[in-house]
Design a binder for this molecule. Structure first.
Ligand code: ISE
Length: 335
């Protein structure tokens, strides 16, 4: 889907599972873009994915960001290299779609917020793809239109079928629950001010000491409560559900009711096996809107402040997991 004269030329940094998915989306399902440069710490993997996209390999991530044949960057590298890489994108004046987390901790994320503010241009978009999911977008519109009255509580379920043994409770907070941190801010339109975590008995498949499942509670600025069941080793499938309880009604999304079949004496549907399937439409819509905006030198979606707030919420969440205590979220002043 590309016109080599006018296409947005994109570098994809990091081509693990997510980066490779984005290369495929840019190459086959997005209008007005093509991948020109691929970078990865594994040169063989970079060559393989670049070959599929007709792109060249650049072994140095910073050279990829500043390259003349690159207009915009998709960062799907590990979180611990994001800080320097997003700052390099700002320095190059190029739009970037950065997978979460924006950075690894609150002070560095705030420094990135300030760097973008000093530049005076919105160039950083953070990959909170749920905002582009039709169900989430519809729920937000419903809430904003007053269709269920003022929201009072939100109940969330976030389940993964399996994760490796090294996936700790802290990682479940920073990698998984981070999506509810952003969804809460997106749907309710206000900041999260405190996080608490309760640990029920753990599943036998969790390594000793790991809180899986765990019950997370967010408190928002105006006093709304959001509870999240985070369970990353269900052995079942990928399930993400959200119910908002308002003063005049309730609304639920994520019921997997796209296709219900009645056959052979049974009734039912399928549960998405993983997040790429469940949020496939959201990822592709996110990419198309980012490409369209990046071609105009800007972004169209969750920005640097959203990435920063999510980092701060998860940092408090990790503290709450470790200490068992309610932990307040501290945000710097919004530039
Ligand atoms: C994963 O890293 C993601 O980003 C998915 O969107 C999330 O739902 C999943 O729980 C995470 O492990």
């Amino acid at each position: 889907m590309s016109d080599t004269r006018t296409d947005l030329r994109v570098a994809v940094i990091g081509v693990g599972k997510m980066g490779a998915f984005h290369v495929d989306s840019l190459s086959r399902r997005t209008r007005g873009a093509r991948v020109t440069v691929v970078n990865d710490v594994d040169p063989d993997r970079a060559a393989e994915i670049a070959g599929q996209a007709g792109a060249r390999v650049e072994t140095d991530a910073f050279a990829a960001i500043s390259a003349d044949d690159v207009d915009a960057i998709v960062l799907a590298s590990p979180g611990f290299v994001h800080e320097k890489q997003v700052l390099a994108c700002l320095e190059a004046g190029k739009p970037v779609l950065c997978e979460k987390p924006l950075t690894m901790d609150e002070p560095t994320a705030y420094a990135v917020v300030q760097a973008e503010a000093e530049l005076g241009r919105s160039l950083i978009q953070v990959g909170f793809m749920r905002r582009f999911d039709t169900e989430y977008a519809g729920l937000r519109e419903l809430i904003a239109s007053g269709g269920i009255g003022s929201p009072l509580m939100m109940h969330c379920v976030h389940r993964n079928p399996a994760v490796p043994d090294f996936f700790t409770s802290e990682m479940a907070m920073a990698d998984s629950v981070v999506h509810e941190a952003d969804s809460t801010r997106f749907l309710l339109g206000e900041e999260v001010v405190a996080v608490s975590v309760l640990r029920p008995g753990a599943t036998a498949s969790a390594p000793a000491g790991t809180a899986d499942p765990m019950l997370v509670l967010f408190e928002t600025e105006s006093g709304r409560l959001v509870d999240i069941e985070s369970f990353v080793r269900t052995g079942v499938a990928y399930e993400v559900r959200t119910e908002v309880v308002g003063e005049h009604g309730m609304a639920t999304i994520g019921l997997d009711q796209n296709l219900l079949v009645r056959a052979a004496g049974r009734w039912g549907g399928e549960i998405a096996p993983n997040f790429v399937v469940r949020f496939g439409q959201a990822y592709d819509t996110q990419m198309q809107r980012w490409v369209d905006a990046a071609a105009r030198g800007t972004i169209d979606g969750p920005g640097v402040w959203d990435g920063y707030a999510a980092v701060a919420i998860c940092e408090a969440g990790v503290q709450a997991v470790r200490t068992g205590r309610r932990t307040e979220v501290t945000l710097g002043a919004r530039p």
